[in-house]
Design a protein around this ligand. Structure first.
Ligand code: UDP
Ligand code: MG
Length: 322
């Protein structure tokens, strides 16, 4: 018999976080036990082990012996932060709400009571980073540019909100119904239009271990986010085309006049510049098109973005279904 449904699920994606998980549990548990003592109707902490190759599974098994509310869902392969979050949302048993947070203590557990308090009157509560002084300059600058771009393209992402967030059951169910495979939750959820609030916090330094977001992953996340929330880049080609048409007519006029006055020079430089410029623009536009076509293809293949290997709630020997 599985334990009764808790009121709250805390979903925590973890990839090679063995070093930080004991400290994470040590800090999270008193907060949640305190909330439970204050009337929260039970909780579960659902750690999604995103195919870790370090000692994460061992550490989690050990922690589970002393902490019955800790639940571990292991994915078959490393599927990425967003897929791990989706897996957690899909499996969360909470009646009332789900909180998602990172395992590396950059999202301090002590903010949870404030999130839940705001969650009494709102469907979504974003924990926003008021102080990011611990993040690298590069990370801060790229993040700021990214959110600006997303908002210009019509996204509604609140500034400085990552995936540290409270969502009510209705919101979770709505998200799970979206057919989109590569959803970037921090942009999808604001777009749903549920009534929301924010709670500020100071971003902490990583408790231990290394970041799992090298530049390549950040670029991939940004591309998923932008193509997922806007088709405006597709219009880029049309704008270039229009601009190009104006430029070409001017050039043509110039060429005709030059021809008429008999001043036709062997214009090697200008020819080269035009050929190179137009070629670059065409490649760029093709690339933009390719990003969308590629995503259409992936969506048409309709493969799962993650597969669950095991869930500590399943009976021993039982079949885990994704
Ligand atoms: N993570 C994951 N799968 C991945 C990469 C990251 O589940 O493939 C988890 C990671 O364990 C952490 C969270 O996602 O709990 C955020 O990752 P990280 O702290 O490395 O990113 P950063 O805070 O540096 O942006
Ligand atoms: Mg982190």
């Amino acid at each position: 018999m599985p334990p009764p449904e808790p009121a709250l699920s805390v979903v925590v994606p973890a990839y090679d976080e063995a070093e930080v998980l004991p400290e994470f549990a040590r800090r999270l548990r008193p907060v949640l036990d305190g909330l439970e003592a204050a009337g929260l109707g039970g909780y579960e902490v659902l750690v999604v082990d995103d195919g870790s190759s370090d000692a994460t599974p061992v550490v989690l098994t050990r922690l589970r012996r002393q902490w019955p509310q800790l639940r571990v869902v292991r994915l078959r392969a490393n599927s990425g932060h967003q897929a791990a979050l989706s897996a957690g949302l899909a499996r969360a048993r909470a009646r009332d709400a789900v909180v998602t947070m990172d395992a590396d203590l950059q999202d301090p557990p002590e903010v949870l009571p404030a999130l839940l308090a705001a969650g009494r009157d709102h469907d979504v509560v974003y924990a926003v980073r008021e102080d990011r002084s611990v993040d690298s300059r590069l990370k801060r600058v790229t993040a700021a540019g990214f959110y600006r771009l997303v908002r210009r393209l019509g996204g509604r992402a609140p500034e400085q909100a990552g995936d540290f967030r409270y969502t009510s059951r209705v919101v979770v169910d709505t998200v799970l119904q979206l057919p989109e495979a590569h959803r970037v939750l921090r942009l999808v959820i604001p777009d749903l239009g549920f009534d929301s609030a924010t709670v500020g916090y100071a971003r902490q330094a990583r408790g231990a271990g290394r970041t799992k977001y090298p530049l390549t992953r950040m670029v991939r996340l940004s591309l998923d986010a932008i193509t997922g929330s806007s088709t405006a880049p597709l219009r880029l080609a049309s704008f270039f085309g229009l601009g190009g048409a104006v430029l070409t007519s001017l050039l043509l006029l110039y060429a005709l006049v030059s021809f008429a006055v008999g001043r036709t020079v062997p214009g090697w430089t200008s020819t080269l510049a035009v050929v190179a410029g137009v070629g670059t623009l065409q490649l760029l536009c093709l690339g933009v098109l390719g990003e969308y076509v590629g995503r259409l293809y992936v969506q048409a293949q309709n493969r799962p973005t993650y597969l669950v290997a095991s869930d500590s709630l399943d009976p021993p020997g039982g079949q885990t279904r994704t």
